[in-house]
Design a protein around this ligand. Structure first.
Ligand SMILES: [Zn+2]
Length: 302
Protein backbone atom coordinates (compact mmCIF):
# COMPACT_ATOMS: atom_id res chain seq x y z
CA UNK A 1 0.00 0.00 0.00
CA UNK A 2 1.24 3.45 -0.93
CA UNK A 3 0.02 6.90 -0.02
CA UNK A 4 1.08 10.52 -0.05
CA UNK A 5 1.00 12.48 3.20
CA UNK A 6 0.89 16.28 3.16
CA UNK A 7 1.54 18.44 6.24
CA UNK A 8 0.55 22.10 5.84
CA UNK A 9 1.65 24.56 8.49
CA UNK A 10 1.60 28.35 8.55
CA UNK A 11 5.22 28.52 7.37
CA UNK A 12 6.01 25.20 5.66
CA UNK A 13 4.37 22.56 3.48
CA UNK A 14 5.93 19.09 3.76
CA UNK A 15 5.07 16.08 1.60
CA UNK A 16 6.14 12.45 2.00
CA UNK A 17 5.66 9.23 0.06
CA UNK A 18 4.71 6.66 2.71
CA UNK A 19 4.09 2.91 2.48
CA UNK A 20 1.65 0.78 4.48
CA UNK A 21 4.27 0.13 7.19
CA UNK A 22 4.77 3.85 7.78
CA UNK A 23 8.12 3.97 6.00
CA UNK A 24 8.98 7.22 4.22
CA UNK A 25 10.32 6.71 0.68
CA UNK A 26 10.71 10.38 -0.33
CA UNK A 27 10.32 13.84 1.23
CA UNK A 28 9.88 17.33 -0.19
CA UNK A 29 9.07 20.69 1.38
CA UNK A 30 8.44 24.31 0.41
CA UNK A 31 7.48 27.53 2.23
CA UNK A 32 3.69 27.96 2.63
CA UNK A 33 3.67 31.66 1.66
CA UNK A 34 -0.07 32.12 2.34
CA UNK A 35 0.20 35.70 1.05
CA UNK A 36 0.28 34.33 -2.52
CA UNK A 37 -3.34 33.16 -2.18
CA UNK A 38 -5.24 29.91 -2.00
CA UNK A 39 -5.20 28.92 -5.69
CA UNK A 40 -1.41 29.31 -5.86
CA UNK A 41 -1.12 27.35 -2.60
CA UNK A 42 -3.13 24.41 -3.91
CA UNK A 43 -1.11 24.37 -7.10
CA UNK A 44 2.16 24.29 -5.13
CA UNK A 45 0.84 21.45 -2.97
CA UNK A 46 0.00 19.54 -6.16
CA UNK A 47 3.42 20.26 -7.69
CA UNK A 48 5.11 19.09 -4.49
CA UNK A 49 3.08 15.85 -4.55
CA UNK A 50 4.14 15.28 -8.17
CA UNK A 51 7.79 15.92 -7.28
CA UNK A 52 7.56 13.53 -4.30
CA UNK A 53 6.06 10.81 -6.49
CA UNK A 54 8.89 11.28 -9.00
CA UNK A 55 11.52 11.14 -6.26
CA UNK A 56 10.01 7.91 -4.86
CA UNK A 57 9.64 6.42 -8.34
CA UNK A 58 5.90 5.98 -7.77
CA UNK A 59 2.98 6.75 -10.14
CA UNK A 60 -0.23 8.44 -9.02
CA UNK A 61 -2.05 5.28 -10.08
CA UNK A 62 -0.12 3.30 -7.42
CA UNK A 63 -1.62 5.41 -4.63
CA UNK A 64 -4.34 4.36 -2.25
CA UNK A 65 -4.87 8.06 -1.75
CA UNK A 66 -3.57 11.42 -0.53
CA UNK A 67 -3.95 12.52 3.10
CA UNK A 68 -3.59 16.16 4.07
CA UNK A 69 -3.02 17.42 7.61
CA UNK A 70 -3.51 21.18 7.74
CA UNK A 71 -3.18 23.72 10.52
CA UNK A 72 -6.76 24.09 11.75
CA UNK A 73 -9.54 24.64 12.12
CA UNK A 74 -10.43 22.52 9.11
CA UNK A 75 -13.69 20.83 8.16
CA UNK A 76 -12.69 17.19 7.48
CA UNK A 77 -16.14 16.38 6.06
CA UNK A 78 -16.23 19.22 3.52
CA UNK A 79 -12.49 19.27 2.91
CA UNK A 80 -12.20 22.98 3.62
CA UNK A 81 -9.70 25.13 5.54
CA UNK A 82 -10.88 27.65 8.15
CA UNK A 83 -7.78 29.21 9.65
CA UNK A 84 -7.98 33.01 9.36
CA UNK A 85 -4.94 33.36 11.68
CA UNK A 86 -2.05 31.59 9.92
CA UNK A 87 -3.70 30.90 6.52
CA UNK A 88 -5.81 34.04 6.04
CA UNK A 89 -6.04 33.88 2.24
CA UNK A 90 -6.96 30.19 2.36
CA UNK A 91 -10.04 30.72 4.56
CA UNK A 92 -12.93 28.58 3.31
CA UNK A 93 -10.81 27.07 0.51
CA UNK A 94 -11.53 23.54 -0.73
CA UNK A 95 -8.25 21.60 -0.67
CA UNK A 96 -9.69 18.19 -1.49
CA UNK A 97 -11.46 18.64 -4.85
CA UNK A 98 -8.55 20.12 -6.87
CA UNK A 99 -6.08 17.49 -5.59
CA UNK A 100 -8.56 14.67 -6.26
CA UNK A 101 -9.13 15.97 -9.78
CA UNK A 102 -5.40 16.30 -10.45
CA UNK A 103 -4.27 12.89 -9.17
CA UNK A 104 -7.43 10.83 -9.62
CA UNK A 105 -7.28 9.27 -6.14
CA UNK A 106 -9.27 9.80 -2.90
CA UNK A 107 -8.08 12.78 -0.83
CA UNK A 108 -8.69 13.17 2.92
CA UNK A 109 -8.26 16.39 4.92
CA UNK A 110 -7.61 16.47 8.66
CA UNK A 111 -6.47 18.86 11.37
CA UNK A 112 -2.65 18.71 11.55
CA UNK A 113 -2.65 17.86 15.28
CA UNK A 114 -4.96 14.92 14.61
CA UNK A 115 -2.81 13.77 11.68
CA UNK A 116 0.39 13.90 13.76
CA UNK A 117 -1.27 12.02 16.62
CA UNK A 118 -2.54 9.37 14.22
CA UNK A 119 1.01 8.98 12.90
CA UNK A 120 2.47 8.62 16.40
CA UNK A 121 -0.34 6.31 17.55
CA UNK A 122 0.04 4.02 14.53
CA UNK A 123 3.74 4.05 13.70
CA UNK A 124 5.49 5.98 16.49
CA UNK A 125 5.50 6.36 20.29
CA UNK A 126 1.93 5.10 20.67
CA UNK A 127 2.32 2.00 18.52
CA UNK A 128 0.43 -0.97 20.02
CA UNK A 129 -1.34 1.15 22.67
CA UNK A 130 -4.99 2.17 22.84
CA UNK A 131 -6.22 4.76 23.53
CA UNK A 132 -3.41 7.20 22.82
CA UNK A 133 -3.53 10.87 23.81
CA UNK A 134 -1.00 13.30 22.36
CA UNK A 135 -0.22 16.74 23.74
CA UNK A 136 2.12 19.02 21.79
CA UNK A 137 3.79 21.94 23.53
CA UNK A 138 5.07 24.60 21.15
CA UNK A 139 3.62 27.92 20.05
CA UNK A 140 0.37 26.61 21.54
CA UNK A 141 -0.69 23.39 23.21
CA UNK A 142 -2.15 20.91 20.73
CA UNK A 143 -4.23 17.86 21.58
CA UNK A 144 -5.51 14.78 19.86
CA UNK A 145 -6.87 11.43 21.01
CA UNK A 146 -6.75 8.24 18.96
CA UNK A 147 -9.29 5.70 20.17
CA UNK A 148 -9.55 2.26 18.57
CA UNK A 149 -7.16 3.43 15.84
CA UNK A 150 -9.37 6.37 14.92
CA UNK A 151 -9.15 10.07 15.65
CA UNK A 152 -11.63 11.05 18.36
CA UNK A 153 -14.05 13.70 17.08
CA UNK A 154 -16.54 15.98 18.74
CA UNK A 155 -19.92 17.31 17.66
CA UNK A 156 -20.21 17.85 13.91
CA UNK A 157 -16.85 16.12 13.39
CA UNK A 158 -15.17 18.97 15.24
CA UNK A 159 -11.71 18.87 16.82
CA UNK A 160 -11.74 19.22 20.61
CA UNK A 161 -9.18 21.65 22.05
CA UNK A 162 -7.95 20.14 25.30
CA UNK A 163 -5.09 22.65 25.29
CA UNK A 164 -7.65 25.20 26.46
CA UNK A 165 -8.92 23.36 29.55
CA UNK A 166 -8.72 25.78 32.47
CA UNK A 167 -5.93 24.95 34.91
CA UNK A 168 -5.92 28.19 36.95
CA UNK A 169 -9.00 30.46 36.65
CA UNK A 170 -6.85 33.31 38.00
CA UNK A 171 -4.22 32.81 35.30
CA UNK A 172 -3.44 34.94 32.24
CA UNK A 173 -6.22 35.64 29.69
CA UNK A 174 -6.10 33.60 26.47
CA UNK A 175 -7.52 34.28 23.00
CA UNK A 176 -9.74 31.19 23.53
CA UNK A 177 -11.92 33.25 25.88
CA UNK A 178 -10.76 31.70 29.15
CA UNK A 179 -8.09 32.69 31.63
CA UNK A 180 -5.45 30.30 32.91
CA UNK A 181 -5.98 27.57 30.32
CA UNK A 182 -3.23 24.99 29.75
CA UNK A 183 -1.94 26.82 26.65
CA UNK A 184 -1.75 30.15 28.48
CA UNK A 185 0.47 28.59 31.16
CA UNK A 186 2.51 25.80 29.58
CA UNK A 187 3.10 26.63 25.91
CA UNK A 188 6.45 27.91 24.69
CA UNK A 189 4.69 31.22 24.03
CA UNK A 190 3.50 31.36 27.66
CA UNK A 191 6.99 30.62 29.01
CA UNK A 192 8.39 33.33 26.72
CA UNK A 193 5.81 35.91 27.86
CA UNK A 194 6.31 35.18 31.57
CA UNK A 195 10.06 35.16 30.98
CA UNK A 196 10.05 38.57 29.30
CA UNK A 197 8.11 39.97 32.27
CA UNK A 198 10.95 38.65 34.46
CA UNK A 199 13.64 40.20 32.24
CA UNK A 200 14.56 37.28 29.97
CA UNK A 201 14.80 37.52 26.17
CA UNK A 202 12.67 34.49 25.28
CA UNK A 203 11.59 30.99 26.35
CA UNK A 204 14.95 29.52 25.41
CA UNK A 205 16.74 31.97 27.72
CA UNK A 206 14.33 31.14 30.55
CA UNK A 207 15.00 27.39 30.31
CA UNK A 208 18.75 28.00 30.10
CA UNK A 209 18.77 30.31 33.13
CA UNK A 210 16.57 27.92 35.13
CA UNK A 211 18.98 25.06 34.43
CA UNK A 212 21.83 27.28 35.65
CA UNK A 213 20.02 27.89 38.96
CA UNK A 214 18.37 31.29 38.41
CA UNK A 215 15.43 31.49 40.85
CA UNK A 216 13.21 33.80 38.74
CA UNK A 217 13.65 31.62 35.66
CA UNK A 218 13.06 28.48 37.71
CA UNK A 219 9.76 29.94 38.94
CA UNK A 220 8.60 30.51 35.34
CA UNK A 221 9.60 26.97 34.34
CA UNK A 222 7.96 25.54 37.48
CA UNK A 223 4.69 27.27 36.58
CA UNK A 224 4.82 25.66 33.12
CA UNK A 225 5.71 22.15 34.28
CA UNK A 226 3.10 22.32 37.06
CA UNK A 227 0.43 23.42 34.59
CA UNK A 228 1.49 20.66 32.16
CA UNK A 229 1.20 18.14 34.99
CA UNK A 230 -2.28 19.47 35.83
CA UNK A 231 -3.22 19.17 32.16
CA UNK A 232 -1.91 15.60 32.05
CA UNK A 233 -3.89 14.90 35.25
CA UNK A 234 -7.05 16.16 33.52
CA UNK A 235 -6.28 14.09 30.39
CA UNK A 236 -5.63 10.97 32.49
CA UNK A 237 -8.94 11.39 34.31
CA UNK A 238 -10.90 12.21 31.13
CA UNK A 239 -9.42 9.55 28.80
CA UNK A 240 -7.23 7.19 30.88
CA UNK A 241 -4.92 6.73 27.89
CA UNK A 242 -2.60 3.74 27.74
CA UNK A 243 0.03 6.14 26.45
CA UNK A 244 0.38 9.90 26.77
CA UNK A 245 2.67 11.10 23.97
CA UNK A 246 4.38 14.48 24.45
CA UNK A 247 5.57 16.32 21.35
CA UNK A 248 6.27 19.81 20.04
CA UNK A 249 9.24 22.15 20.17
CA UNK A 250 9.25 22.52 23.98
CA UNK A 251 9.39 18.72 24.40
CA UNK A 252 12.17 18.35 21.82
CA UNK A 253 14.46 20.08 24.31
CA UNK A 254 12.81 19.59 27.71
CA UNK A 255 10.93 16.28 27.65
CA UNK A 256 12.69 14.91 30.76
CA UNK A 257 11.80 18.00 32.81
CA UNK A 258 8.10 17.92 31.88
CA UNK A 259 7.80 14.12 31.96
CA UNK A 260 9.17 14.02 35.51
CA UNK A 261 6.57 16.56 36.69
CA UNK A 262 3.77 14.72 34.88
CA UNK A 263 4.78 11.24 36.07
CA UNK A 264 5.07 12.49 39.66
CA UNK A 265 1.59 13.98 39.50
CA UNK A 266 -0.02 10.92 37.88
CA UNK A 267 1.56 8.59 40.43
CA UNK A 268 -0.55 10.30 43.09
CA UNK A 269 -3.86 9.62 41.33
CA UNK A 270 -6.32 7.48 43.28
CA UNK A 271 -9.54 7.79 41.25
CA UNK A 272 -7.88 6.30 38.13
CA UNK A 273 -4.81 4.05 37.86
CA UNK A 274 -2.52 6.94 36.88
CA UNK A 275 0.51 4.65 36.96
CA UNK A 276 -0.90 2.83 33.94
CA UNK A 277 -0.59 5.97 31.83
CA UNK A 278 2.79 5.58 30.15
CA UNK A 279 4.28 9.02 29.43
CA UNK A 280 6.57 8.97 26.39
CA UNK A 281 8.21 11.31 23.92
CA UNK A 282 6.98 11.62 20.33
CA UNK A 283 9.13 9.37 18.15
CA UNK A 284 8.53 10.42 14.55
CA UNK A 285 9.90 13.96 14.80
CA UNK A 286 9.13 16.12 11.78
CA UNK A 287 7.69 13.09 9.93
CA UNK A 288 4.70 12.69 12.30
CA UNK A 289 2.44 15.03 10.32
CA UNK A 290 3.10 13.57 6.87
CA UNK A 291 3.14 9.95 8.04
CA UNK A 292 -0.11 10.47 9.97
CA UNK A 293 -1.72 12.19 6.98
CA UNK A 294 -0.69 9.25 4.80
CA UNK A 295 -2.24 6.93 7.37
CA UNK A 296 -5.54 8.76 6.84
CA UNK A 297 -5.30 7.98 3.14
CA UNK A 298 -4.39 4.34 3.83
CA UNK A 299 -7.45 4.04 6.09
CA UNK A 300 -7.69 4.62 9.83
CA UNK A 301 -7.71 1.38 11.84
CA UNK A 302 -7.25 -0.44 8.52
ZN1 LIG B 1 -6.87 29.16 25.93
Amino acid sequence: MKAIGVDIGGTKIAVAAVDGAGRVHARTATPTEPGRGFAAGVERVGDLIAATLARAGWAAGDLRGVGVGCTGPVDPRRGTVHNPFTLPTWDGGDLVTPLRDRFGVPVRLENDADAAALGEATFGAGRGADPVVMLTFGTGVGFAAVVGGRVYRGAGGGHPEFGHVVIDPGGPPCYCGASGCLESLASGTAVGAAGRAAGFADARAVFRAAAAGDAAAAAVVFRATTAAAAGAWAAAHAFLPERLVLGGGVMDDHFDLFAAAIRGRLAAATAVPGGRVVVCAAALGADAGTVGAARLALGEAG
